[in-house]
Write a protein that binds this ligand. Structure first.
Ligand code: BT5
Length: 262
């Protein structure tokens, strides 16, 4: 992957502009700085390697050289969508785009709410959405996506809180070129984005949810956790769980980690 191969692969997609790096700290950091400056809607930062890749709460995200997709898209939300509720839907939009791209290769993706894409119950991609505000206005949304494409992108098990895999591991053969997989994700993202404010997006996202109808534990920061049956999504993308007292509990988007209760 290099700047030329990317520009060629992405030539049919209506992007704002592209910045490519052989190696970078974090594509989200570069995108946040660019968004605070003059980046146009749908500008993209992409790197072959990240040395300081980030997950939520500054957890580490591994992107070794030559093996994964790591990129950040900059969105300029229209006034109608420049609200906090829009953020969880944007995570759903990004997760669906990765999931749709996996489907294209015959894989069976599931979205572990809020921000992970699982193949065969293991994490193959993660999403990190961050914002740039000017005063009370949401100026830009940065959607960072990391996808393990080749086997060599999967971190060692001892540094992980949840098992991980790659597209290559799950296909059991040579994976698509990274440029090709990126093109699929961006095309899916652009077409799903048309439906960002609709039930269609929520329904498609809900269909893809991991552990639906199963018992899960949602750990919501600190010590708080909710245990119950995962029912589905609210219209803003929040998660609905039926607890042991048969009550619906709504889990808002934030630092939530979800796992099945074995
Ligand atoms: C995420 O956070 O899953 C969001 C990851 C977003 C990464 C992209 S890459 C492009 C852009 N630039 C950035 O700097 N970030 C974004 P979270 O749910 O907090 O999960 C983080 C956890 O995933 C870590 O604590 C590890 O346990 C695990 N992990 C780290 N690297 C992984 C990998 N390559 N594959 C699977 N799991 C990984």
């Amino acid at each position: 992957m290099n700047e030329n191969s990317l520009k060629k692969a992405l030539s049919t997609i209506n992007l704002g502009a592209l910045r490519y790096f052989d190696s970078i700290g974090s594509t989200n950091d570069e995108a946040l700085a660019w968004a605070a400056d003059d980046a146009k809607d749908l500008s993209i930062v992409i790197a072959d390697e990240q040395t300081e890749g980030r997950g939520r709460l500054n957890r580490k995200w591994f992107t070794p050289k030559g093996s994964a997709l790591a990129f950040s898209l900059i969105l300029r939300p229209s006034a109608r969508f420049a609200q906090r509720a829009h953020l969880s839907r944007t995570v759903g939009l990004a997760a669906l785009s990765v999931a749709d791209s996996c489907l294209k290769y015959g894989l069976a993706p599931r979205i572990k709410w809020p921000n992970d894409i699982l193949l065969n119950g293991k994490k193959t991609a993660g999403i990190l959405v961050e914002t740039v505000w000017s005063g009370a206005d949401m100026d830009a949304i940065v959607v960072g996506m990391g996808v393990n494409i080749n086997k060599t992108s999967v971190p060692p098990a001892d540094v992980l809180q949840f098992p991980a895999t790659s597209i290559e591991d799950e296909l059991g053969r040579q994976p698509p070129e990274r440029e090709e997989f990126l093109t699929d994700i961006l095309n899916a993202f652009i077409s799903w984005r048309e439906h960002i404010g609709t039930e269609k997006l929520i329904n498609a996202w809900e269909e893809m949810l991991a552990f639906r109808g199963e018992q899960v534990q949602a750990q919501t920061g600190g010590e708080t956790s909710v245990i119950g049956e995962l029912l589905g999504l609210e219209s803003d993308g929040s998660l609905r769980i039926r607890n042991a007292e048969d009550k619906s509990v709504i889990i808002r988007f934030g630092d939530v980690s979800l796992r099945p209760t074995a």
